[in-house]
Design a protein around this ligand. Sequence first.
Ligand code: MRU
Length: 381
Amino acid sequence: MSTLQAVKYSRGKLEVLDQLRLPHEFHYDAVSNRTEAFDSIASMRVRGAPAIAIVASLGLAVELHNDGLPVESVEDTIARIDDALDYLKTSRPTAVDLTNAINQLKAKIRAPENADKTSIINAFIEEAELIFDKDLKTNIAIGDAGAEWLQAKAGASTDSPVSILTHCNTGSLATSGHGTALGIIRSLQTKGLLRHAYCTETRPYNQGSRLTAFELVFEGIPSTLITDSMAASLFRTKKATANIAAVIVGADRVVRNGDTANKIGTYQLAVLARYHGIKFIVAAPTTSIDLETETGDGIKIEERRKEELTQITGAVIRPDGSVDESSKVRVATADQRVGVWNPAFDVTPAELIDAVVTEKGPVEKGPDGSFDFSNIMPERW
Ligand code: MRU
């Protein structure tokens, strides 16, 4: 099991790894209330759909544990917690895990057995801790289900291990541990079914290069980083020799028909995979599924500031390869006056997706060409 942890928690104390400083610097920020949780998420010091939901839930749990609430009645307590959750929901719009966690927490504090302020707060804290603990088990189940699917449907075997391309970061850093798409890659590696992992997302946020490449090296998984613009050439030149069997990505929101929002650049990989006869798999917990939105057209895509494209943080590399943190500086990569469109996510149509692998197992399209997630969704949503 990896020891990389995006989130460290014990009751009353939450620390969140600042992912903007990776891979050169490991620094945990203390997150002790809703405002600090909001800032951590909005600034992308923590990111990844499951990790966002976990930090929002635990950030408020820590505040409630340490500071309580300046009200007494059941109605006022519930109203104050609802306000805090509604505020946290506005931190980032695309990933649905946060909304699902908030709905779960709101339902929990309304349970009839919570008859006074103390029991409501305790119920909130326990539910937030449950969300955190459950995510790790979920990811391990996704990893195993995905590896089995690749054995059955893509010919992965110990005699014929497969290569996988993954986009963005879906590993321990984006979750409570193990990861979703990267969790499948880990499981393949453990079972001797992985030949090589390729990773992308080298702009705009460099989550493939800064985070996934780092996790792959940390785990000792044979891996190669390519820029997003190299994927077509990779498939054309190495599909046969490297036995590239699948592109596996995570998800920020999978809607009712299977259309999937994920980090920008995912859609073009799905198009390329289809053209080259390579499977395209979405790995996501059921907390990333949104049955209330019918198609991808209903997903709100976050657009971020232009400086993410026109600037980058640079630092001096010492002769021994280490980075001089004190030399860090923002560097221009474009004319600062240029117009920029910077959507953080895109939507891959269900048509291009071969399977959505959740902790309940893989879901494939039915004969009518659409996904049906109704059987695997928890009843509480
Ligand atoms: O903008 P981010 O980094 O929060 O985006 C989320 C992601 O890391 C990816 O889209 C990921 O593939 C899905 S979350 C496991």
